[in-house]
Design a protein around this ligand. Structure first.
Ligand SMILES: [Zn+2]
Length: 518
C-alpha cells in the first residue's frame, strides 16, 4: 500500500500572507513600506511590534522577499508586490534564499551569536540585491548582544537590512529603538478575522455555523494566527468526531475550546438576577460535570456582562456575537440596573484570578455566584443615594414624640427641623437634633428636656411662628440623661432592613450621621 508521505500543512502556514496585498489590517505598514521599496528609500533597520499572531514575522518575510524581487510589480493602489517568478522569488518560495537569514533571538541570545551576524554582514549578498537579517523575538537578546549590534544598526553596509520583530517592545534598549524605523502592527478586528476565516473555510470546503465563526473570531483576540489555528483544530475535531465533512457547529467549537454555550451563560445570569440560588448552583454543577474549564467560564460570564453593560448605556448597541439572543438579553436588561451590572462585572472579572489561585475551582465558582446573587439584593446605589433622607424619614415617623392626632398630619418635629435646615438656621437645627430631647410636639405646644440651659429658646419661638403662622408655647424641663433625636434616628437607621443588606455585603459600613433636609 502506498504511503501517503505528504506532510500536513497547518492552516496558519498554508494561509500565511505572501505579499502586502494578502497582509490583513496593516495598511500603514503596507503603504509606507511599498513607497520606500518602490523609491529605494528603505532604511537599514526596521522594527515590527505588536501582539502575538498579528503578522510580524509574515510582514518581515514579505518585506525581505519584496525588496529582493527583480521584477517588482505594483497594484492599482501602488502597493509593491513580488513577481513570484524571478530567481529571488523562486528561491524564497523554496525556503532556500541564501541572502535572507532568519534568526530566533529566543534561542540565540548571546554576544557570540551577534558576532556571527556582524561578520556575515560584511559579505555581499549572493543572489539578491540585499542581505536581510530577520531577528524574531529580538527583545530576548542579552544587553551585551544589543551593544555589539548597535554600531552595525546605526550604519549598516548599503546591502544590509535588519528587520526586528518583537511582542515586547518595552524590553528593547532605547539606544536600539532610536536607530530603527518602528511599525506598530495593530490587532485585527472581529470583522477582519471573520473575513479571513470565511476565506479559508471556503478554500478548505469547511462548513461552519455563523456563530461558530464568531466564537473563533472572539477567542482569537485579534490574532490572525490564533484564529486560523483554532479553525484548523475545529476542522480536525469535526472529522474525528463524525468521520465526514459535517457542519461545524457553535456547540462543537465551544466543546473543543472548553467554553460554555452563550444560552447557558444567559440562563445563569437570569437566575442570578432573580435570586434563584438553588437553580443557579445546580446549573453551575452541570457545567462543571461537562468538564468545562471554570476559569474560562467565569471569563465568559464577565465578557457577556460587559456586553450587557454596553447595551444598557449605548442606545442601539448590539454585540454581533450575541445577535441571536436579543430576546434573552432584553429580558435581562429590563430587570437589572447599570450599577448592579457593574457590580456583577467586578465580581466575575476579579473572579478569574480567584479561580486561578483557588484550591477548588468549583467551590470558588459557587461562592462567586452566591456573592453575585447577594449583590443583586443590595438596594441600588442610585436609589439609595436618593433615598437616604427618606429612609431616615420613614423611620422617624414611627419614633416621633406623641403628637396630637388632629395635627399630626404633615406636622411634626422633623418637618420643622427640615424647615430650619432650609432657612439656614443651623444652630437651632443642631441644638434640637443633638442637645435636647423633644418630649412633645403638638401644635401649639413643644416640650423639651435638656441637661443644661439651651441657648436658642428665643430663636425657637420665632422660627416656630415663622413656620406655622401661630404662637407656640415652649416648655423646657431639666433632665440629666437625654435621648436626642439624632441618637434615636441612628438607632433606627442601623436596625433598618436596607442597612442590614448593606452591612452583609460591606461589613465595615456604618451610619455616621443623619441629615434632615427639605
Ligand atoms: Zn520576483
Amino acid at each position: 500500500m502506498a504511503n501517503n508521505s505528504a506532510r500536513y500543512v497547518p492552516f496558519a502556514r498554508k494561509y500565511r500572507p505572501k505579499n502586502f496585498k494578502e497582509l490583513l489590517g496593516q495598511e500603514v505598514l503596507t503603504k509606507t513600506l511599498s513607497y520606500c521599496i518602490n523609491n529605494k528609500k528603505l532604511t537599514g533597520a526596521l522594527l515590527l511590534t505588536g501582539i502575538r499572531g498579528v503578522g510580524k514575522t509574515s510582514s518581515a518575510r514579505i518585506i525581505a522577499k519584496t525588496v529582493n524581487c527583480t521584477s517588482l510589480l505594483n497594484d492599482d493602489l501602488n502597493n509593491a508586490f513580488p513577481c513570484e517568478s524571478c530567481k529571488n522569488c523562486e528561491s524564497f518560495n523554496n525556503n532556500n534564499h541564501p541572502d535572507i537569514i532568519e534568526i530566533d533571538a529566543a534561542s540565540r541570545t548571546g554576544v557570540d551569536d551577534v558576532r556571527e551576524i556582524i561578520e556575515s554582514s560584511e559579505y555581499r549578498p549572493l543572489l539578491g540585491e540585499y542581505k536581510i537579517f530577520v531577528i524574531d523575538e529580538v527583545h530576548m537578546l542579552s544587553k551585551n548582544a544589543f551593544n555589539a549590534l548597535l554600531k552595525l544598526i546605526e550604519e549598516p553596509p548599503p546591502h544590509v537590512i535588519f528587520i526586528f520583530a518583537t511582542t515586547e517592545v518595552q524590553k528593547i534598549p532605547i539606544t536600539v529603538l532610536s536607530r530603527c524605523q518602528r511599525y506598530d502592527l495593530r490587532r485585527l478586528s472581529i470583522e477582519e478575522i471573520l473575513v479571513l476565516l470565511k476565506n479559508i473555510a471556503q478554500n478548505e470546503n469547511l462548513k461552519l455555523e455563523e456563530e461558530a465563526l464568531k466564537i473563533i473570531a472572539l477567542k482569537s483576540e485579534g490574532s490572525a494566527r490564533d484564529a486560523t489555528g483554532i479553525l484548523d483544530q475545529a476542522s480536525s475535531y469535526i472529522h474525528n468526531v463524525s468521520q465526514q465533512n459535517d457542519i461545524i457547529t457553535a456547540e462543537s467549537v465551544n466543546k473543543m475550546l472548553g467554553l460554555v454555550q452563550i444560552s447557558t451563560i444567559l440562563e445563569l445570569i437570569r437566575l442570578i438576577i432573580e435570586g434563584n440560588t438553588k437553580e443557579a448552583l445546580k446549573l453551575l454543577e452541570e457545567i462543571y460535570m461537562n468538564s468545562s474549564n471554570l476559569e474560562h467560564f467565569v471569563e465568559q460570564i464577565a465578557d457577556l456582562i460587559a456586553s450587557l453593560t454596553k447595551e444598557k448605556v449605548i442606545a442601539g448597541f448590539h454585540e454581533p456575537m450575541y445577535k441571536n439572543y436579543g430576546k434573552e438579553i432584553t429580558d435581562i436588561l429590563l430587570k437589572i440596573s447599570l450599577s448592579r451590572l457593574s457590580i456583577l462585572w467586578q465580581i466575575f472579572s476579579n473572579g478569574t484570578n480567584q479561580i486561578k489561585s483557588s484550591h477548588n475551582e468549583l467551590i470558588t465558582a459557587e461562592m462567586l455566584i452566591i456573592k453575585a446573587i447577594y449583590s443583586c439584593n443590595i438596594p441600588d446605589i442610585e436609589n439609595l443615594l436618593d433615598k437616604s433622607s427618606q429612609i431616615a424619614e420613614f423611620n422617624v415617623e414611627q419614633t416621633a414624640p406623641s403628637t396630637n392626632p388632629k395635627t399630626e398630619i404633615n406636622r411634626n418635629i422633623f418637618d420643622f427641623l427640615k424647615f430650619c435646615h432650609g432657612q439656614n438656621e443651623m444652630e437651632l437645627y443642631y441644638v434640637l437634633l443633638n442637645e435636647v430631647e423633644v418630649k412633645n410636639f403638638t401644635e401649639p405646644l413643644i416640650e423639651i428636656a435638656a441637661n443644661s440651659k439651651i441657648s436658642q429658646e428665643k430663636n425657637l419661638k420665632s422660627m416656630l411662628h415663622k413656620w406655622s403662622g401661630i404662637e407656640w408655647n415652649i416648655v423646657i424641663c431639666k433632665q440629666d440623661k437625654i435621648n436626642s433625636l439624632k441618637q434615636e434616628l441612628l438607632k433606627k437607621a442601623k436596625a433598618s432592613e436596607d442597612f442590614t443588606v448593606i452591612k452583609n455585603n460591606f461589613p465595615n459600613a456604618d451610619v455616621s450621621d443623619i441629615i434632615l433636609k427639605s
